[in-house]
Write a new protein. Structure first.
Length: 265
């Protein structure tokens, strides 16, 4: 079975779930069918799935990951004045680190909006359906929504990283308050705590709360950098912290902050 045949196989299964009967995958070019697969995975609730689907999906996603290429900590240039904090611009689902951080919502089940551009959607899409299932199991045991400023850890499944840290950032609906700031700092603290508990040596943070949750970018970055520096000053286990950005303006903010000492932020 080649790569496109695997795509057809996955579509047949998921479309069959919707219709209740065996259904051939729809005609179309590869890009159209790949977008449909992402849509079906995004909207699929956490529920049992066949071992055959998992086997084919895992091979398919790992082939995609290989084609995109992975980026390890060693590939990211170090800064001579602070070699434990790195800055990298690109797709977080390519990072081969011990853990990547996902900006989750309080349900912790990933983004259900088909093909949405948020990081939560991307991470769940390229990890595979097992990630939503693992999050669902955690939430069933917990029995309530995840609180703002807290974090859960799962395996990363088909991502290059080993784990995913799912943290819930504050939602800003007006002026940023001290409570918002404390909650955002708590996101970073709780991620570092879990990283330490699980013996992780490298962690990559996305820009928590600055997208759909509307935390001002500069203020959020200042909290991120300050919290990371405070943690690293008292911990030797975590060897590398990567601040992962996607947009040029985010890169410029972090590049500026990481060029200053902690008393200048």
């Amino acid at each position: 079975m080649n790569h496109e045949k695997r795509l057809d196989h996955l579509l047949d299964y998921l479309l069959g779930e919707h219709s209740g009967r065996t259904q051939a995958s729809p005609p179309g070019d590869y890009a159209t069918k790949r977008a449909l697969l992402r849509k079906l995975v995004n909207i699929r609730p956490p529920r049992p799935i066949s071992d055959d689907f998992i086997r084919v999906q895992d091979t398919f996603l790992q082939e995609e990951a290989s084609e995109k290429g992975t980026v390890s900590v060693a590939d990211i240039p170090q800064r001579p004045w602070d070699d434990r904090i790195l800055l990298w611009q690109g797709d977080i689902t390519r990072l081969k680190v011990d853990a990547i951080v996902n900006a989750a919502n309080s349900k912790l089940l990933g983004c259900f909006v088909p093909c949405h551009s948020c990081i939560d959607n991307a991470i769940h899409t390229y990890a595979g359906v097992q990630l939503r299932g693992a999050c669902h199991d955690l939430m069933q045991v917990q029995g309530h929504d995840e609180e703002t400023g807290t974090t859960k850890i799962t395996l990363a499944y088909n991502l290059p990283s080993r784990y995913v840290l799912h943290t819930v950032g504050p939602i800003v609906k007006g002026t940023v308050t001290q409570k918002h700031r404390d909650e955002l700092a708590s996101c970073y603290h709780s991620c570092f705590t879990l990283a330490k508990e699980h013996g992780l040596g490298s962690i990559a943070f996305c820009c928590i709360s600055t997208g759909e949750f509307r935390f001002p970018k500069r203020a959020a970055a200042e909290i991120a950098v300050q919290t990371a520096r405070e943690f690293l000053a008292n911990d030797l286990q975590v060897k590398r912290v990567v601040f992962n950005v996607f947009r040029d303006d985010d890169y410029e903010i972090y590049h500026d902050l990481l060029g200053r000492n902690e008393h200048e932020i």
